[in-house]
Design a protein around this ligand. Structure first.
Ligand code: G3P
Ligand code: CA
Length: 242
């Protein structure tokens, strides 16, 4: 079972920042999960919420900021004063960093387009992945099945992990419709008969977000490809010891 750092090493560093990604890489995470939204001027930026309020010193929707305005925000102090220099990264910056790393790491890009329909988000993200030739290191995911279907039509082979929350009987048929290689589900989903059905049909299962060591140990005996956690350090150590 691989260990993916959820929003980077977000248990110890401010989520979705270059620092959280660097620290996840340094502890040896197999992958990094991150979230993307789009600015007013069409820049793809890495931030979980539609609004900047929770994780920066700004107020408002990401879609109402120009990229240069968004870059002025402090994306670290909300977590701890010592992280005041962290900024909201552009997806481009993250992909450039990934390309330069000595060791390959997977990047799970979650398109946060379930609440807001960002124009041409799928095209823009796929174009950027192509520019950096990172097709084999990227997994696209979203709770928005229509968006994943669009991404699949634009790119016949890129890995897609359709996202579901809770036990959902439409998960496997929806993933099949998209020709997704994986389903990303929460704990109830991966332990359910629907989760087992997905695995039996050859789909990879990745589980989010597990921070409990006992749960992680229990999942090791199951058909789970990856576990997403805010504390990749703890689960990677356990992986080596088992
Ligand atoms: O990608 C899985 C997980 O990150 C989805 O939930 O809210 O943490 O983005 P959330
Ligand atoms: Ca996410």
């Amino acid at each position: 079972m691989e260990i993916y750092a959820h929003r980077g090493f977000s248990g110890k560093y401010p989520e979705n920042t270059m620092l959280a990604f660097q620290k996840a890489y340094e502890v040896g995470a197999d992958g990094i999960e991150l979230d993307v939204q789009m600015t007013k001027d069409g820049e793809i930026v890495v931030i979980h919420d539609e609004r900047v309020d929770r994780t920066t010193n700004g107020i408002g929707y990401v879609k109402d900021f120009l990229y240069k305005q968004l870059r002025l925000l402090d994306a670290g102090s909300w977590f701890h004063d010592r992280f005041a220099r962290q900024r909201i990264p552009a997806l481009m910056e993250v992909l450039e960093w990934v390309q330069d790393l000595d060791k390959e790491i997977m990047i799970n890009i979650e398109l946060k387009n379930n609440a807001i329909d960002y124009p041409h988000l799928e095209e823009k993200v796929l174009k950027m992945i192509g520019q950096f030739q990172l097709e084999k290191q990227v997994i696209l995911s979203s709770f928005n099945i229509c968006s994943m279907l669009k991404a699949r039509r634009l790119h016949p082979v890129i890995e897609i992990g359709t996202l579901f929350e809770g036990v959902n009987e439409s998960a496997v048929p929806s993933a099949k419709l998209v020709n997704a290689q994986a389903i990303h589900g929460d704990l109830p989903f991966v332990l359910s008969s629907e989760g087992k059905k997905a695995a039996a049909q050859g789909m990879k299962l990745r589980v989010y977000t597990v921070n409990d060591a006992k749960v992680a140990s229990m999942l090791r005996n199951k058909e789970i490809s990856a576990l997403m956690t805010d504390f990749p350090n703890e689960f990677l150590a356990e992986k080596c010891e088992s």
